[in-house]
Design a protein around this ligand. Sequence first.
Ligand code: NAD
Ligand code: MG
Length: 358
Amino acid sequence: MKANLTVHTQSHDYPIVITSQCDLAKEVAPYIKGKQVMVVTNTTVEKLYLQALVEGLQADFEVLTVVLPDGEQYKTQQYIDQIYDALMDNHCSRDVTLIALGGGVVGDMTGFAAASFMRGVNFIQIPTTLLSQVDSSVGGKTGINHPKGKNMIGAFWQPQMVLADMHTLTTLPQRELSAGMAEVIKYALIMDADFLTWLEDNMSALMSLDKVVLAEAVARCCQYKADIVAQDERESGKRALLNFGHTFGHVIETHEGYGKWLHGEAVAAGMVQAAQLSQKMGWISEADVQRISKVLQAAQLPIKPPAIDTQIALDLMQHDKKVKSGQIRLILLKSVGEAVVTADFDQSLLEAVLTETL
Ligand code: NAD
Ligand code: MG
């Protein structure tokens, strides 16, 4: 099984190739322009997929590798410097192609190194987590964390291609698979009620890593994101809908300390809260909220946040990136499959949702 879709952006169009199992080197080779290639990965993914990729590319290219430590805490300037150092030490020219082999952390870092080295060189994404396949590898956001804030330093920089091979997901820890599934379910909730029905029917196949069903889910999600990015590359409007569940999730992540809850887990519980508020607004039904909880549970995701004092939660919400002139803006559901960004919700209903979870 192989699917091909195209992302349209202001700089250039590029393909997302989705396979159930492939020779990674063969698939990416046509998109490499010069002779030099630098593969960036981390210590976990290195052991699983680096050797085959490097060996496959070596026949045609000079292949360099950079292996970063594994973890969000290394998504920093210090470790970007390791990539720059390797590029400089090996006399890489403007024709070098960087390849990100790994999850969202490796993808964001490699993309940012590509955006900034010599004012921009080509790069290719080979996302190896479900989250990176359906979310971070598509859309051109790249970057690193600052000690005072996540993803605060970055650039928009589009890859030459994205290769998502379902086979790589077979080694993913179950919690990471579930965390990625939260973002998959998110697309259904904000974009397409039929896709939600499809997910309900196929969740057990997805969770047991049926590669054909996974490829279809990834292709659909990439298409939704590509459509949104084509309309709003720099997040001035529609792209914000992708943050459904994220303001509530952000409260959980910050309150619990990053790392305890995976991002996707916090988003899952956050989406239930956003759904509850949408229900209190009279937009969706109690049965819809139950349905949303049920599909998240089928993906082995949490549906209830930890106990957080309501005032503390409200304060944390104020620090969200979507806050404009002190007004909290939330993504809510008008119906299942249709989301809106709004500051026009009843504060007491928001407080009721936050308090109910105590
Ligand atoms: P991650 O990159 O940390 O990967 C999760 C874990 O899985 C890591 O331990 C990793 O080593 C391991 N792993 C990766 N592939 C594997 C495989 N095939 N088999 C076994 N283990 C594997 O996390 P993530 O969830 O992929 O990405 C999260 C990052 O993505 C965050 O830094 C976030 O800010 C970023 N992000 C960026 C965007 C964007 O638009 N650029 C969007 C969403 C998230
Ligand atoms: Mg997210």
